[in-house]
Design a protein around this ligand. Sequence first.
Ligand SMILES: NC(=O)c1ccc[n+]([C@@H]2O[C@H](COP(=O)([O-])OP(=O)(O)OC[C@H]3O[C@@H](n4cnc5c(N)ncnc54)[C@H](O)[C@@H]3O)[C@@H](O)[C@H]2O)c1
Length: 342
Amino acid sequence: MAIRVGVIGTGQIARYRHIPEYASNPNVELVAFCDIVPEKARKLADEYGVEHVFTNYEDLLAIDEIDAVSICTPNYLHAPMAIAAARAGKHVLVEKPMATSLAEADEMIRAARDNRVKLMVGHNQRLAPMHQVAKRILESGILGRITTFKTTFGHGGPEHWSPTGKWFFEKEKAFAGAMADLGVHKADLVRWLLGEEVVSVRAITRRFEKAGTVEDNAMALLEFSSGTFGVLAASWTYRPGEDNSTIFYGERGMLKIAADPKRPLILALAEPARGEMEVSVPPLQTNERGGQFNSGVIDAFVEALVKDEPPPIPGEEGRKALEIVIAALKSAETGETVRLPL
Ligand SMILES: NC(=O)c1ccc[n+]([C@@H]2O[C@H](COP(=O)([O-])OP(=O)(O)OC[C@H]3O[C@@H](n4cnc5c(N)ncnc54)[C@H](O)[C@@H]3O)[C@@H](O)[C@H]2O)c1
């Protein structure tokens, strides 16, 4: 039986990823869309042949013929919507950052557990083929001990992605700027790739040029439990284009991810000195409507529901990435090193 899905918030991420990826998943029936701007939801509903359109998410949650929801709204709405969805017995896929505080994240996790629904967070970077292959290389031990790393996610800012997404620049709605938007992706990615936890964070954040009340640049020094440490940079002022790279430095060589636009994954071993090797990475899948890449997030969520298995990126994992972001903001504010867990 198909998983019947409702999408709450039909802005950019819903339009480009969630909705097309659900539509191309054979186990899914898209049943309802909700947006406070009714024309946005209506246009997509017409395009995808979706029956119900709502402007109030509680109305969407009240209909019986929905098994699961995607929450694709501004950050401050993730927790209230996810908690309400869990209480209504719906499985939840929530966008990142999963919440705006650890208390909210805890309540979301509790609500999902108490109501026996699955909660997954859209940390799609883990599922990118280059990161999946990088994880296997790191786990193989070929680089020896990883001493340090650099990870970066930056572009020109959310105004180039979501022309209507003014909320990204408002602290009350976004809770933080580049660090919450992009830094959280890399916080999740490095702790997943290294398979260990961050124990301390020291950070600087700054608003150089964007109007609003959040930082447009952040840099954090993350120390992991094994002693590995590295820099995480998040920026909304990189130009031209973007930087989405990560480099691990190990005892026996380096692993460079997305550091060279033509070669997504490069392994360089010191002994025997083989120079740089390009590691082949499976191509990103495109969905059948063409053009758009499949992030893998929706398929992974649906698979967990179909097989009744735990989702691959559960709420607890989203919480860990959020904790690193919150620690970085706290460090930037106080000028102190912040120890984790908070
Ligand atoms: N995983 C990723 O790579 C990725 C990329 C971009 C955005 N995101 C996340 O997705 C979320 C949405 O971002 P976006 O870029 O789509 O923003 P957006 O502003 O384009 O879309 C948000 C939508 O939510 C709607 N909305 C606002 N309040 C609502 C309410 N009360 N009820 C129903 N709908 C409401 C808005 O009208 C808008 O259509 C954010 O949390 C963002 O961090 C994730």
